[in-house]
Design a protein around this ligand. Structure first.
Ligand SMILES: *Cc1c(COP(=O)(O)O)cnc(C)c1O
Length: 395
């Protein structure tokens, strides 16, 4: 069948008709255990009653007025984010890439307003993923995402991830900002060591560079803290969030310290939809669920259990698996070269388990934060069957 869609994606041959909790169902009612959650988005699972209630109530009241007018719920959600983070100011977006774009603009603006308009250099890291806008692909630096889209933008350098010496050698008084995912998502679920983030913070303080975190995938409670960097005391000057903070409704934000935010005055940035009443209603309801202390305790507990189970699997299938990766409920398995993560993802799907692939030949799990240990056991049983098939196909 010919398609009228731009062919940027190649989805498998399955169509989901509805979702409930941790499961998706096709039109025949066949269930799939969803351990990828729309790429770390459906943090409360599918059709969580609290979110459905918030969205439908808002849909019956007011959808959109644009940023020409005040939306009180915007202030309420911004207040919640600031209460739980370093930030003092928030700008709402519709996606992750827009949050990154705004964050990078705010970083350069900060130096421009402080008498250094030429200070534009941004250090990022190999394996990073920051989105698909021009700014974001240049920040990420993945050659496959840049190819064919014109010359590279000035002012972006990628360093090896978590290599302390390379970073110390690269940062200088010309560096405008350092942008890093505390846990790399697409790049292969690599968690930056806590000590490394502290080094970034210290060197940024020394040189006057800004420290920026991309917590679009690893934030929103996914690692068992509301934001992944909160496992350390290395706070940033700015942070991008999206994915899990919207639970499936398009919502992102960039969060700024006062010194970064105060330069973004009237006219410097904008968005038609950003922070519209529908997104705010869902965002507030979602935040109030994940900000409950018992929710983060649950993520730590079930995350540890899942990682233990994966470690057991890694031992038993060491001909296939190199190591376990990730933190909390953003975890995966790196595979030996003769196995292809994407193919194992397909075999898992045949067993009724939805997972994803990431860089460095890693299979990725980012289930809803509400999974139980029973869901984790079910996922592991299905994954084990997929590994057995992979092994038998190899022989
Ligand atoms: C998904 C992602 C983005 C881009 O977000 P979009 O909503 O797809 O624009 C940026 N950074 C990270 C770490 C991501 O995982």
């Amino acid at each position: 069948m010919t398609s009228n869609l731009v062919p940027t994606y190649a989805p498998p041959d399955v169509v989901f008709a509805r979702g409930a909790g941790v499961y998706l169902y096709d039109a025949d009612g066949k269930p799939w255990l969803d351990f990828i959650a729309g790429i770390a988005v459906n943090s409360l699972g599918h059709c969580h009653p609290v979110l459905v209630e918030a969205l439908t109530a808002q849909a019956n009241t007011l959808w959109h007025v644009s940023n020409m007018f005040e939306v009180p719920a915007r202030e309420q959600l911004a207040q919640r984010y600031c209460e739980h983070t370093f930030a003092e100011q928030v700008f709402f977006t519709n996606s992750g890439t827009e949050a990154i774009e705004g964050l990078l603009k705010a970083a350069r603006k900060y130096h421009a307003e402080n008498g250094q308009p030429e200070r534009i250099d941004i250090l990022t890291f190999q394996g990073a993923f920051h989105g698909r806008s021009y700014g974001a692909i240049n920040a990420g630096g993945n050659p496959a995402y840049l190819k064919g889209f014109g010359p590279a933008m000035a002012g972006f350098t990628q360093l090896p991830f978590a290599d302390e010496q390379a970073f110390i050698d690269a940062i200088s008084e010309n560096t405008a900002a350092v942008l890093i995912e505390p846990v790399q998502g697409e790049g292969g679920l690599r968690a930056a060591p806590e000590e490394y983030l502290r080094t970034l913070r210290a060197k940024c303080d020394e040189t006057g560079a800004l420290l920026l975190y991309d917590e679009i995938q690893c934030g929103a409670g996914r690692t068992g803290k509301l934001f992944a960097h909160q496992w350390t005391d290395a706070e940033p000057d700015g942070m991008a969030v999206a994915k899990g903070v919207g639970g499936g409704f398009p919502l992102g934000a960039f969060l700024l310290s006062k010194k970064m935010g105060e330069n973004m005055v009237v006219g410097t940035h904008g968005s038609t939809y950003g922070g519209n009443p529908l997104a705010m209603a869902v965002g507030i309801a979602l935040w109030d669920e994940i900000a409950k202390p018992e929710m983060m305790e649950h993520v730590v507990d079930v995350g540890n259990f899942l990682k233990q189970q994966l470690a057991g699997l890694a031992d038993e299938y060491d001909d296939i698996i190199i190591e376990t990766r990730g933190k909390g409920l953003l975890v995966g398995l790196q595979l030996h070269d003769q196995f292809v993560a994407r193919e194992v993802v397909g075999l898992a799907r045949n067993e009724g388990l939805l997972i994803g692939a990431a860089g460095e030949n890693v299979i990725r799990m980012a289930p809803p934060l509400i999974i139980t240990k029973d869901h984790a056991r079910e996922a592991l049983t299905k994954l084990e069957r997929a590994l057995q098939t992979a092994r038998s196909q190899q022989k």
